[in-house]
Design a protein around this ligand. Structure first.
Ligand code: NAD
Ligand code: DAU
Length: 347
C-alpha cells in the first residue's frame, strides 16, 4: 500500500492503524512535509521494517511512479492535501496545485503502474452548507463554497472520471470534521485547547452557532480501512458519527475540561463565506461495510485534552516557527477589534 500525506494528522493515524492490522504488509508513505507534515507524528514507525518513507510531492509523477513500481504497490490511499479552509481564503493557489493537480498526477501514476485500487480521502465540504435540518447523502449534488472545498470537489470529479473513462478501480470517502491527537493547532479544537491552557483569548468566528459534525480520527481511519479493503469499485462513502455540535458548545466544553471560564471567549470577525452547518448521513457505510464509531464525543474530547496536556513538547515544536506568523496574520487584528488582546487572561 502507498499512503500519501502520512505525516499529517489523519494520514499518520491511518498508518499506525494499518501497521497494527496488517503487520506483514509493506506500507510506503509519500509526503513532502509541508507546514502540516511532521515525522514526529509517526515516530513509532521509524524503525519498522514494514514501513518506508519517501519525501516527495504527489505532483512529482516520476518519483511516485518509481515508488509504485519498486514496491509493487497494489493500493494508493490519498490523504495528501492542503487541508485548512482559512488558508484557502488567504491564498487558493496551493489548493489548486496539490489538491487538484496532485491528485491528477497521482491518478496518472496509478494508471501507469497498474495499481489495483485508488482511494481518495475527500470531505463533507464538497456538498456545501445545510440549513437547520437534513444531512448530506452520497447522492447530494456537490456544491462547494470555499476554495478548499472547490479543490476537493474537483479532485473527486477527476477520480470519478478516471473510474469511468479508464476503468481505474477507485473509492471515494467523504468524512465530517475530525478531532484527536496530533491535529495541527490551526484547527478549531486543538487551537482552543492550547489557547485555554495558556489562558489566551479563544477566537470564535461570528456568533459561533455554526454546526460541525465531529468524529474521532480513529473512527474515521477504521471506516477508511473498511472502504480500502471491502468497498466495490467506484463506490462513494460518507463517514460521520451523527455528532452535530454548534461551535460554541465545543468551545464551552473545552473551557470546562481545561478549568477556564467563558471570559476567555472572543467573538471575532467571521470567516468569509463561512458554511453554516454540516451533517452527514453515513447509513451506507454502516449498512454495507458494518462500520460504526467507537468513540463518544464527551470521552473523546476529554482524552484529546489530556493528550495535548501530556504532549507539550510536540505542541511547542509545532507552534514554533512559521505557525507564529500564521497565527498573528489570522488573529491579531481580529482579536484586537474584538476588544481583547491575545494574552489577556494569562494567569
Ligand atoms: P493535514 O493538513 O494534517 O496533513 C496533510 C499532509 O499532506 C501533510 O503531512 C502534508 O505534508 C502532506 N502534503 C501536503 N501537500 C502535499 C504534496 N503536494 N505532496 C505530498 N504531501 C503533501 O491534513 P489532515 O487533516 O490530516 O487531512 C488529510 C486528508 O483528509 C485531506 O485530504 C483532507 O482534505 C481530508 N479530510 C480532513 C478532515 C479533517 O477534519 N481534518 C475531514 C475530512 C477529510
Ligand atoms: O468538514 C470536514 C472539514 O473539516 C475538512 O475537510 C477540513 O480539512 C477541516 O479543516 C475541517 O474544516 P472546518 O473549516 O470545518 O474546520 P476548522 O477547524 O477550521 O473550523 C471548525 C469550525 O470552527 C468552523 O465553523 C470555523 C470555526 N472556527 C475555526 C477556527 C480555526 C472558529 O470559530 N475559530 C477558529 O479560530
Amino acid at each position: 500500500m502507498l499512503v500519501t500525506g502520512g505525516a499529517g494528522f489523519i494520514g499518520s493515524c491511518y498508518l499506525r492503524l494499518v501497521r497494527r492490522l496488517r503487520p506483514d504488509d509493506l506500507v510506503v508513505n509519500v509526503d513532502v512535509l509541508t507546514y502540516a507534515g511532521n515525522l514526529e507524528n509517526i515516530q513509532e514507525l521509524a524503525h519498522d521494517p514494514g514501513y518506508r518513507f519517501v519525501r516527495a510531492d504527489i505532483r512529482d509523477q516520476q518519483t511516485v511512479t518509481a515508488a509504485l513500481r519498486q514496491h509493487d504497490i497494489e493500493v494508493i490511499v490519498n490523504f495528501a492535501a492542503e487541508s485548512h479552509v482559512d488558508r484557502s481564503v488567504a491564498s487558493a493557489e496551493p489548493f489548486l496545485d496539490t489538491n487538484v493537480g496532485g491528485t491528477l498526477r497521482l491518478l496518472e501514476a496509478a494508471r501507469a503502474a497498474k495499481v489495483k485500487r485508488f482511494v481518495q480521502i475527500s470531505t463533507d465540504e464538497v456538498y456545501g452548507s445545510l440549513g437547520s435540518t437534513g444531512a448530506f447523502e452520497e447522492s447530494t449534488p456537490m456544491a462547494p463554497r470555499s476554495p478548499y472545498a472547490a479543490s476537493k470537489a474537483a479532485a473527486d470529479h477527476f477520480v470519478a472520471a478516471f473510474h469511468h473513462t479508464h476503468g481505474l478501480d477507485t473509492v471515494i470517502t467523504r468524512c465530517s470534521n475530525n478531532y484527536g491527537p496530533y491535529q495541527f493547532p490551526e484547527k478549531l479544537i486543538p487551537l482552543m485547547i492550547l489557547n485555554a491552557f495558556d489562558g489566551k483569548a479563544l477566537p470564535v468566528y461570528g456568533d459561533g452557532m455554526q454546526v460541525r459534525d465531529w468524529i474521532h480520527v480513529e473512527d474515521h481511519c477504521q471506516a477508511i480501512d473498511l472502504a480500502v479493503t471491502r468497498a466495490a469499485p467506484g463506490a462513494v462513502y460518507n463517514i460521520g458519527a451523527e455528532n452535530e455540535r454548534p461551535n460554541m458548545d465545543v468551545v464551552r466544553a473545552i473551557l470546562k475540561l481545561t478549568g477556564r471560564d467563558e471570559s476567555l471567549i472572543r467573538h471575532v470577525t467571521d470567516r468569509p463565506g463561512h458554511d453554516r452547518r454540516y451533517a452527514m448521513n453515513a447509513t451506507r457505510i454502516r449498512r454495507d461495510l458494518g462500520w460504526s464509531p467507537g468513540h463518544d464525543f464527551e470521552h473523546g474530547l476529554a482524552d484529546t485534552v489530556t493528550w495535548f496536556r501530556e504532549n507539550s513538547g510536540w505542541c511547542e515544536r509545532v507552534r514554533s516557527g512559521t505557525y507564529r506568523s500564521y497565527y498573528d496574520d489570522q488573529y491579531a487584528a481580529r482579536l484586537s477589534a474584538a476588544g481583547g488582546n491575545d494574552s489577556e487572561g494569562v494567569p
